[in-house]
Design a binder for this molecule. Structure first.
Ligand code: HEM
Length: 215
């Protein structure tokens, strides 16, 4: 086994701030929406916490975006432009998750510093980070002050539409976190990917180490 530096510090700081923030947003959001079902905190505390955490995560998002835009690490998010190649690799990865992993077969994806994501992660993370997270934040800001943003809210179909999009994304993110944690536990040991997201270093097989910093 060799160690490959795969998650630079800004990505790790962004990720864990984002992860803790999302969990707190979900808890305070559930409290705001289902006031009579849960009593985790007062309604007022939930609203204030939800707004503050939301704004912290919006600022945090720009750490992630800025880091990738202004470093060559953006290559990890470059899509595979050959659809045939992409679908073949995705299918192989799905076969591994659905079948191969239970038979002890090796993971078909071998990470490197510039190709750390398998094709499914690559697609999933692009959709999450470049589409769904921005929509979540945008609808959140509109709902934070519907009077101030009334013209935009009306243009989008009214508060009900904006709120529905926000709540649907909340459901989707709650599901995403569960699937994400399960998939993140499928490294060569259950804690390998979690440790990598803390230390920055992922352990890889000697022969697949191609690019990037090693130690
Ligand atoms: C709540 C608990 C969470 C845990 C324990 C967790 C864990 C992890 C781990 C171990 C990795 C590295 C392995 C991998 O690449 O899959 C990772 C990467 C990633 N996670 Fe999470 N995650 C959490 C929440 C979230 C949330 C809420 C989001 C987005 C809304 C998110 C988005 C991402 C992204 C985009 C990456 C790849 C980051 C990069 O290298 O650019 N995670 N996560």
């Amino acid at each position: 086994m060799n160690k490959l530096y795969i998650h630079p510090l800004p990505v790790r700081v962004w990720h864990w701030t984002n992860a803790i923030g999302f969990v707190l947003l979900i808890a305070s959001g559930v409290q705001i929406r289902y006031l009579d079902l849960f009593q985790l905190m007062s309604f007022r505390t939930a609203v204030v916490a939800h707004n503050w955490i939301g704004f912290v995560l919006i600022a945090n998002f720009f750490i992630w975006l800025g880091f990738y835009l202004f470093s060559d690490k953006i290559k990890v998010y470059h899509p595979e432009l050959s659809p045939m190649k992409y679908f073949r690799a995705s299918f192989r990865q799905m076969q591994f998750y659905g079948y191969g992993i239970f038979r002890g077969e090796p993971n078909p994806h071998h990470p490197s510093a510039y190709r750390k994501f398998n094709p499914l992660q690559s697609m999933m993370y692009q959709i999450i980070m470049m589409l769904l997270v921005p929509i979540m934040f945008f609808t959140g800001v509109l709902l934070w002050d519907v009077t101030r943003f009334s013209s935009v809210v009306d243009m989008l179909g009214g508060v009900r539409v904006v709120d529905t999009v926000h709540v649907l994304l909340f459901i989707l993110f709650s599901g995403f976190i569960i699937v994400h944690i399960y998939l993140a536990s499928l490294g060569h040991t259950p804690s390998a990917h979690f440790k990598a997201m803390i230390t920055g270093f992922e352990e890889v097989e000697d022969e697949v180490e191609e690019t990037g910093t090693t130690s």
